[in-house]
Every structure is written in structure tokens, then in C-alpha cells.
Write a protein that binds this ligand. Structure first.
Ligand code: CA
Ligand code: CA
Length: 507
């Protein structure tokens, strides 16, 4: 008992950022987690939807506070009549709530975004942004937009304040792919609190005209939002108090605004999101006419918008995935002299070398232009696209070993049939949608018990369990990362798992 009490006095280990709140995991869309399943043979649960529902195949699940949220459509006699956001318990896949929304535009695959600070789900459909309460799906507020949102996902801040008053914002772009009337919206999410936050949740704070845009999911870090849109435009804008256009005080002036690429053809441009890591902004282009590697992958200096390097790449509307200095890109489509694949690039001066292009062996395609792989270290989780339906679901999930070359037989670590949509990683678990529905994969007990993703089950994990011992989901003090078996309560069951693997490594 003395040892037990002593442990309670240990400084708490920091738990990893165990939620997956955005497309690509976080506002930088780096799509990396500290731990995840090493194999795909431990399915925790599979949920199937009702016959009058269809998952939006290219949208990502998001996970926080013990819930996994997915975007779906409502059907009547196979006709799309509306959209629906559905929440499931990470514990058992039990359906917690569903919220009906109007139909999206053009079969948009915008992913929902979670704002755990405010307890909301942020999701767009057609010409509106909605905030739903994450505990029960109740509509809290909605904001009308000038144009529909198509394929772009919202990004929400959690670090903005003025003199201690929270002033967080959500950033979102709408759709005008061949025109010039698209916008980046900055919408308040924090409570109205004078004098520093004169906005109510859902109030438009500013709107930046961005010309043409489609699927332009912004990235955010340290007060600044970034996006790529149109034929070759990349820009950064300070979210909280951007300088204003002297001729239009409602219109912010970007911190920098670069037209980086003279398009090689009129059919090349940005149709996806950007990622941000180590001061680099990464963006991929889509190209409509030519064959393989007819588009470009770009690395941009996030400080000033200057081009660091570019390389010919497969057409993509996916978000490039930083891997140290290297970059992975999911790109390609079935047909049109293209094919779905994963490409790995290594920077070399003002260019980048294509190190390899990967399938899952035997010509099995993986990735594709609308897919967002995720990784844990050198372990890449990536789906196999449908080759029979152009916008069909990813049918299989693969684990690839990025420490090896694609021609190494051990490059493909594992495979699962039934789901392979853009993966979300949280609490060491992986969530993916596909023809089977929504599937949750379990890690090893060692990884489940490594609550801080340090790589070892040790005293800091024990301290995390003891610190919240007795807490139940829905109570304050409940930390899902310390609920090792995700049962909804932190109790002796978790302690038993932890002690059984104490000292072991999570690999
Ligand atoms: Ca640990
Ligand atoms: Ca438990």
C-alpha cells in the first residue's frame, strides 16, 4: 500500500495527444500518431449502418473523448435525400447519437472536425457550417456561407486568446473551382466575452476572397492559417488580428500570398489540403489530362511563402504526409493513364527525388488521389481503392513498412478486407470505414497500456491510471488514454492489463 501511495505522488507522465480531431489527425494534418496496431488481426468491433444510410466513403472518421464520429448520407430508395453525422462509442461501437443535416453539394466528402475544448463537432453541408454538441448531437449554432463547401474540411484553433479571453476560431473554405468567388472564412467558436471577444459562437469574424478553390482544407499553427487553391496560389493569413485592406476594412490582407506555379497546362491546380511540419508547407496538385506524374508536389517555406522545392508527382487532392525530410504522397486514379499509388520523395536542392512508387505487391493499388494514409513511425496504414467504382469505398486496409523498399517481401506487413478508408488513430486504436461499415482495430496489450506513447509500459503509465482511478466516461477526470481497455471506466481491469505487461515495449 505504501508503494501504491508513493506512486500517486509521482509526477504524471504526459499522455500523448490521443485524439484524432481533424482530417489528418490535427490542424497541421501530419497524420501521425504515437502508437497503433502492429497487425490487423484484432478487430475490436464492426458496426454496419442502417439500410437507409451510406457512409461518405472518402471522408475521415474523427475521434475524441471516447467517441468516433463519421459523416454519412441519408437515402430513400437509394436516392440521396440528406446528410447525417453519427457518433459511436469507441468502447463497443454502440451508436450514441445521429444528427440529420441537409444534403451536401456535389457528393462532397468533407470530413467532420472535433473541437474538444468546446465539446462540439464542426461539419459543413452545402452552404452552411454547423456546430453540434458532441455529447448528444444537438445543433448549437449554424453559420450561412456565400457558397457551398465541397470536399474541404474545417480546421479549429485551440490556442488563441486576448488578455486571457479565449478567442478561438474555425477556418473553412468554400467552392468555386473554375471561377473567382471562393472564400476563406474565419468564424468565432469561443464564448462572447467583452471586451476581447465581441463575437458569439458562429459569428463570422472575417472573410478572405481566395479566387478559385475546391477541397482547399487549410492548415493552422501558432496563430496562422495556410492554404493552397486555384492554379498555383498558396497563402498564409494571421487568424486573430490580420492587417486589413485599407479600401475594405472587413477584408484581411494575407501575411504572404504566393503565386508559385505557372501551370504547365490549364488543367493543373490545387484541389486538396496542405500539411505543415518543421516550417514546411506541403501541397500537391491535381492534373486533369496527362498521364503519370503530370502534376507537382511542392514544399513551401511557411515563413515567407517561397518555394523550397517541387517535383513531378502523381495527380492528387490528398494532403502530403511529412516523413522527416521525406514526403509521402497518396495520388493517382484508376484509368486516364494513371493508377492509385503511394509515392515517396526525398528533397534534393530545389527539387525532390522520387525514391519509390508503391502498390501493395502483385499490382494491388493502394492510396489514390482522395485518400489520406496515416502512420505510426515507419508503419504506414493505407487503403486499397475500389477499382470497380470510381468513387467507391476503399475495400482493404494495408500496413506497409516504410523502413523497407517496396520490392522487399516484408514491405507489406498485414492486410485486412472489409474496410480501408482514410484511417483515424486514437488511444492506440485504428478506425476505418469500408464496405463492412466502421471497423475498430485493437493494438497489442503493450501498446494499449503505453498511455503516453513513450514506447514502454512504465511508471508514468501506472501514474496515469492511478491519477484517474475510478473515473468514468462522461465524468470530469476521465482520461480515455488511461482507460487501457476502453471499457468506459478506469479500474482494476486496466491496472491488471498494465501490470501484466509492465516493463514491456510497444512496437
Ligand atoms: Ca509509457
Ligand atoms: Ca477500463
Amino acid at each position: 500500500m505504501h508503494a501504491f501511495l508513493l506512486l500517486l505522488l509521482l509526477p504524471l507522465g504526459t499522455t500523448e495527444s490521443s485524439s484524432w480531431t481533424h482530417l489528418g489527425g490535427n490542424p497541421q494534418h501530419t497524420a501521425a500518431a504515437g502508437r497503433g496496431p502492429a497487425t490487423l488481426d484484432r478487430v475490436r468491433w464492426t458496426v454496419t449502418l442502417d439500410p437507409n444510410e451510406a457512409l461518405i466513403d472518402q471522408a475521415s472518421p474523427v475521434v475524441a473523448d471516447g467517441r468516433v464520429i463519421v459523416a454519412a448520407r441519408r437515402l430513400q430508395a437509394s436516392t440521396h435525400v440528406g446528410n447525417r453525422v453519427i457518433a459511436f462509442s469507441v468502447d463497443d461501437g454502440c451508436r450514441l447519437w445521429a444528427c440529420d443535416l441537409p444534403s451536401d453539394t456535389l457528393d462532397s466528402w468533407s470530413s467532420p472536425t472535433l473541437d474538444p475544448c468546446r465539446g462540439t463537432v464542426l461539419v459543413s453541408s452545402a452552404k452552411r457550417l454547423y456546430a453540434l454538441r458532441d455529447s448528444d448531437g444537438m445543433l448549437l449554432w449554424e453559420t450561412p456561407l456565400r457558397r457551398s463547401v465541397v470536399n474541404a474540411s474545417p480546421v479549429v484553433t485551440d490556442d488563441l486568446s486576448i488578455s486571457g479571453t479565449p478567442t478561438d476560431r474555425v477556418l473553412l473554405t468554400d467552392y468555386h473551382p473554375l471561377g473567382s468567388d471562393a472564400s476563406l472564412y474565419c468564424i468565432n467558436v469561443s464564448p462572447h466575452d467583452l471586451p476581447h471577444n465581441p463575437f458569439k459562437p458562429g459569428d463570422l469574424v472575417w472573410r478572405l476572397p481566395i479566387g478559385s478553390a475546391s477541397g482547399a482544407t487549410p492548415a493552422y499553427r501558432d496563430g496562422r492559417a495556410y492554404l493552397a487553391s486555384g492554379p498555383g496560389r498558396v497563402l498564409a493569413v494571421d487568424v486573430l488580428d490580420p492587417p486589413r485592406d485599407p479600401n475594405d476594412p472587413n477584408r484581411p490582407v494575407p501575411a504572404w500570398d504566393s503565386d508559385l506555379v505557372s501551370p504547365r497546362t490549364p488543367n493543373e491546380g490545387f484541389y486538396g489540403g496542405v500539411s505543415l511540419a518543421d516550417g514546411r508547407l506541403l501541397a500537391a496538385q491535381y492534373e486533369f489530362q496527362s498521364g503519370s506524374n503530370s502534376a507537382r508536389l511542392l514544399a513551401i517555406d511557411a515563413d515567407d511563402g517561397s518555394l523550397l522545392w517541387s517535383a513531378a508527382s502523381e495527380r492528387s487532392s490528398s494532403i502530403p504526409l511529412p516523413l522527416g525530410d521525406d514526403v509521402l504522397l497518396s495520388g493517382g486514379i484508376v484509368g486516364f493513364n494513371s493508377e492509385p499509388k503511394i509515392q515517396r520523395f526525398a528533397p534534393d536542392g530545389n527539387q525532390a527525388t522520387l525514391l519509390w512508387e508503391a502498390s501493395a505487391g502483385n499490382g494491388v493499388p493502394v492510396g489514390g488521389y482522395a485518400h489520406h494514409p496515416a502512420r505510426v513511425g515507419d508503419r504506414l496504414y493505407v487503403g486499397r481503392p475500389s477499382t470497380s467504382m470510381f468513387f467507391g469505398p476503399h475495400t482493404d486496409l494495408y500496413i506497409l513498412d516504410l523502413g523497407r523498399e517496396p520490392n522487399d517481401p516484408a514491405f507489406v506487413v498485414d492486410q485486412y478486407s472489409g474496410a480501408g478508408g482514410t484511417p483515424a488513430l486514437a488511444y492506440g486504436r485504428l478506425f476505418s470505414i469500408g464496405p463492412a461499415g466502421l471497423v475498430a482495430f485493437e493494438p497489442s496489450d503493450e501498446c494499449a497500456a503505453d498511455t503516453d506513447a513513450s514506447g514502454t509500459v512504465d511508471l508514468s503509465d501506472l501514474a496515469a491510471v492511478l491519477a484517474d482511478f475510478g473515473a468514468m466516461r462522461g465524468m470530469s477526470g476521465y482520461n480515455a488514454a488511461a482507460d487501457i481497455d476502453l471499457s468506459g471506466v478506469i479500474d482494476l481491469g486496466d491496472l491488471a492489463i498494465l501490470l501484466a505487461v509492465f516493463g514491456e515495449g510497444c512496437e
